[in-house]
Design a protein around this ligand. Structure first.
Ligand code: SAH
Length: 349
């Protein structure tokens, strides 16, 4: 893992860090100490590492970069306590993350890229295209910084913030390895969800790793024609290929697929849409999460009416499909993808 010319120390697995230490002529237990400071104690820098010698710290500073995020803004929802964080990266770029408190524990939603190149029409994150991929450490740092800020444990992680995780596949996998490592935060794979707009080749590759993470697919339409109007990725992969890849993921992992479906008034929320969606996913072990679209300034998509959302849900249920309506968290704090960063960059308050 490289940042500029230096390797990124927080993106190494413990074994990789041991190799690094050995190559430096250090004892390998130093790797374990450093790793625990970074990943168990979420140290913001070497100064906190009381049992690491100044000589080793100097060597590390010379050879490696050490990522750390600075919270630029923290907004807390008055409705549900959800917090939205805007972080500044070492190169001045910004990413956002969300902290949510649920009955079953705290959940953090992280970004996987600065910007995004997928071009979904309703999404704020993609309006200016992709700036760059995030490093594994920069994905972890979002969680670590939030743990430090809240002083609370995190039990669930969702990769559903800005960016397309499957477009940053290698770093995503390294991130998951580190996140679920028993020497680090030790989050159970079952408590990790990765959301994708549906990059089929990557979904199949991920299936072959047989991880126990949940795969969420942003579906948003039940016909290719309609999906193409909302999501350019639909030009590259047809729904039948996408659904086959979902079935393959279930076959390989035994994990039920989640479909995300953002309801847009008069676009994809009719009775006929619900019927087509039911037919499309029937027989697949899955769950549908309905999300009333969060309107963004740049487009005139409007939320479905409450009644239409309920009717849509009922229709799916009648067809035997598991469905929930996503509780809207942090509506009052730019909860949707990329909205806070975008406003901040434009100084538009
Ligand atoms: N790129 C990934 C993950 C990021 S988006 C993906 O496409 O899944 C997380 C979810 O929020 C996706 O389902 C996305 O389609 C949805 N989303 C983005 N902008 C939205 C908006 N304005 N209203 C409702 N859902 C939105």
């Amino acid at each position: 893992m490289e940042t500029g010319s230096k390797k990124d120390i927080k993106s190494f697995t413990l074994d990789q860090l041991k190799e690094e230490m050995e190559a430096m002529g250090e004892k390998s237990f130093r790797a374990k100490q450093l790793y625990e400071w970074m990943h168990k104690k979420q140290a913001a820098g070497y100064e906190e590492m009381t049992n690491i010698s100044t000589a080793l710290v100097s060597k590390c500073k010379e050879c490696y970069s050490y990522t750390a995020l600075v919270p630029v803004r923290v907004q807390e929802s008055k409705i549900d306590g959800t917090r939205k964080y805007l972080f500044e990266l070492a190169d001045g770029n910004m990413v956002e993350s969300v902290w949510m408190r649920y009955q079953h524990g705290n959940s953090v939603c992280i970004s996987s890229q600065v910007g995004c190149r997928m071009g979904c029409r309703f999404c704020a994150s993609t309006q200016d295209g992709l700036e760059r991929n995030l490093l594994p450490s920069e994905m972890l740092d979002q969680i670590y910084a939030i743990i430090r800020h809240t002083g609370e444990r995190v039990s669930n992680v969702v990769v559903m913030g800005s960016g397309e995780p499957m477009d940053n596949y290698d770093n995503l996998l390294q991130f998951i390895t580190l996140l679920t490592d028993e020497n680090g935060l030790n989050i159970s794979q079952r408590n990790v969800t990765v959301s994708t707009c549906g990059i089929v080749t990557r979904m199949r590759q991920l299936a072959d790793r047989r991880l126990q993470i949940t795969l969420a697919i942003s579906l948003h339409a039940a016909t290719d024609e309609k999906r193409r109007q909302l999501m350019p990725i639909a030009d590259s992969y047809h729904l039948d290929e996408l659904l086959e890849a979902c079935a393959y993921y279930f076959a390989q992992t035994g994990r039920r697929i989640t479909f995300e479906y953002s309801l847009v008034r008069d676009v994809n929320d009719t009775d006929e849409d619900a019927r087509q969606l039911s037919a499309l996913i029937r027989g697949l072990n899955c769950h549908v999460n309905l999300i009333p679209v969060n309107p963004i300034k740049e487009r005139n998509y409007v939320q479905s009416e409450r009644r239409a959302v309920e009717a849509f849900k009922n229709k799916l249920e009648k067809n035997g499909i598991n469905v929930t309506i996503r509780r809207e968290m942090g509506r009052d704090i730019d909860g949707a993808c990329g909205q806070l960063r975008r406003r901040y960059m434009k100084q538009d308050y």
